[in-house]
Design a protein around this ligand. Structure first.
Ligand code: SF4
Length: 579
């Protein structure tokens, strides 16, 4: 008998099916990955296992844990199961933790509620668990409140609370999706080490996460299981078309063809510095003197984790936040620092596509008007017919049909909304398209289609793309050159092929090692740096990376390295040649 047996599970809401006849099992101590894109039914399946589906859910089938039926079980029976025998780690620990209670009090109450320990025994057990999940200074963190911890630390607390009662099954629902890639690797390592005999159901949209961590995998699409088997077998010979599409998207398109850039410089940024005032007085330096020289038709990816300053740099470049210091030249002419002071032609030449397309589109406008709007502002001489013709041609280019013309943003999928945002930005035939995490919120297969759309449009339009991303796979697919940022500075700049073949800076190496790869034989996702990016309010002395760098020496703490040529790259590290 398996530990967990899900048999023909269906979940629906008002006639809409979310889970459709799902069956799979997990043996004691086994690790199983549940993979699918958004809306595939993964989280609904997990909630059914925990007996957490809302009362409005129409549920059929069977979910048995150690032989006992969970569907329809009484609240007291479920309460006895949850935490002690089945525990869950959610994507967003802030939602799962009570903001008004200290960490110690929350974890202690779990033990007391289940009658496992109380008083000083509970305190000792909680502190021991906080130490095991790698929380530095566990005694102090025991008294801390959730908001005082970083995202990675909060996820460690979630894991501590899930494992506190030594459950037989741990369900982790996208436990690292909200985390930076270097922290993700730490958290996944931690889960692997600590779970020991606990079975694991790891729910994720990221096949790379599954590749290195799960013995078996189950692939969901539109609420149905389309394939399941040993992880290695599924990766080597995916039987279902949807699994193949997921794998192709995760591996990225290696056959990309980017036109070589022109020799002349299009955009030249020097000494860019962006600062914000925090709490009315403290000065936060988000970007600390970044240079960038981009040729016409060249794609530059700016890569970094949260706090790297990559988005602030893009905003400074576009004039959305004025640069504190430094200058931006476009085709040789210096651009005013503030967008409002830039002439219309210069504003039209630099366009931006945001991560959250749906939120950046006016919800009260139809697609046709949204795409036509930039023409109304910048090309007033066009008459109605010419404008309509341009809108229709552009929508076709971005792969939207005339049936979308009358839709409102909320009637579009994430991918369609992003196509509308790209259409709007391309309407004015810009010279530079700045994409700020433009595909980060999209599922893998949709992301690939949007990247292909951008490459195709670029071949036709010859514009330059500045692509801001935290995702190295994306950077590799879209860029000629990569700039890696850490804590407001460029730490490495190199041609894309060179950067991936021979990264020189320890941080770039850590990013590459930490990125999960969809290959069970070589799964990536390795931890090579500890901790998280420090606050830009208090950047470390010397080399900003030194508190996390495995190669840091005395000199690194005292002396800030300069960005300098090392081979064909620019690298900010004292010891790049010997590492
Ligand atoms: Fe690491 Fe020192 Fe190089 Fe900084 S300068 S990256 S701390 S070796």
């Amino acid at each position: 008998m398996s530990l967990l047996e899900i048999d023909n599970l269906s979940v629906g809401y008002g006639g809409q099916t979310a889970v459709d006849g799902v069956s799979f099992a997990i043996g004691a101590g086994e690790s199983v990955g549940l993979v699918g894109e958004s809306g595939s039914g993964k989280s609904q399946t997990a909630l059914a296992v925990l007996g957490l589906l809302p009362a409005t859910a129409e549920v059929r089938g069977s979910v048995r844990f150690a032989g006992e039926e969970i569907l329809g079980a009484t609240e007291s029976a479920l309460d006895a199961l949850r935490a002690t025998r089945i525990a869950m780690v959610f994507q967003d620990p802030m939602q799962a933790l009570n903001p008004y209670r200290s960490i110690g009090s929350q974890l202690g109450r779990i033990l007391a509620h289940h009658g496992l320990a109380a008083g000083s025994a509970a305190r000792e057990r909680v502190i021991a668990m906080l130490e095991r999940v790698g929380l530095p200074d566990a005694q102090r963190q025991y008294r801390a409140y959730p908001h005082e911890l970083s995202g990675g630390m909060r996820q460690r607390v979630m894991i501590a609370s899930a494992l506190l009662c030594e459950p037989e099954l741990l369900i982790a629902d996208e436990p690292t999706t909200a985390l930076d890639v270097t922290v993700q690797a730490q958290i996944l390592d931690l889960l692997e080490v600590l779970r020991q005999d606990t079975a694991l159901l790891l729910i994720t949209h990221d096949l790379g996460v599954i590749a290195g961590r799960c013995e078996r995998m189950v692939v969901l699409d539109k609420g149905r299981v389309v394939e399941q088997g040993a992880t290695r077998d599924v990766f080597e010979a995916p039987a279902h078309e949807h699994t193949r599409a997921l794998l192709e998207a995760a591996r990225g398109d290696r056959d990309i063809s980017l036109e070589p850039p022109a020799p002349e410089t299009c955009l030249d940024v020097s000494g860019a510095r962006v600062e914000y005032t925090v709490a009315g007085r403290q000065r936060l330096s988000a970007v600390r003197g970044v240079d960038m020289d981009v040729r016409a038709g060249e794609n530059v990816a700016i890569v970094g984790e949260s706090g790297s300053g990559k988005s602030s740099f893009a905003r400074g470049l576009l004039g959305l936040v004025p640069l504190r210091e430094g200058r931006v030249r476009f085709r040789g002419a210096e651009l005013p620092r503030d967008l409002d002071d830039r002439p219309r032609g210069q504003r039209a030449a630099l366009q931006l596509v945001f991560q959250d397309a749906a939120a950046s589109l006016n919800p009260q406008m139809r697609v046709a008007d949204l795409v036509a709007e930039p023409l109304g502002i910048h090309r007033k001489n066009l008459d109605g017919d010419a404008r309509r013709a341009r809108v229709a041609a552009m929508l076709e280019k971005v792969g939207l049909g005339i049936e979308h013309l009358d839709r409102y943003p909320h009637e579009l999928s994430g991918g369609q909304a992003q196509r509308v945002a790209i259409a709007r930005a391309l309407m004015l035939e810009p010279d530079v398209l700045v994409c700020d995490e433009a595909v980060a919120a999209l599922d893998g297969t949709v992301r690939e289609r949007i990247l292909e759309l951008l490459r195709r449009q670029q071949r036709e339009g010859g514009f330059t793309i500045i692509f801001i991303t935290h995702d190295l796979t994306v950077a590799r697919e879209i860029s000629h050159r990569v700039i890696v940022m850490y804590l407001g500075e460029t730490v490495e700049q190199a041609a894309t092929d060179d950067l991936f073949a021979s990264p020189a800076h320890p941080y770039t190496k850590a990013l590459l090692r930490a990125a999960p790869a969809p290959d069970p034989a070589n799964p990536g996702g390795k931890t090579s740096v500890s901790g998280e990016t420090p606050s830009p309010l208090q950047p470390p002395s010397g080399c900003a990376f030194h508190p996390r760098c495995p190669h840091a020496r005395e000199r690194c703490r005292d002396e800030a390295p300069q960005l300098r040529e090392v081979g064909r790259s620019l690298v900010r590290c004292h010891f790049a040649e010997e590492l």
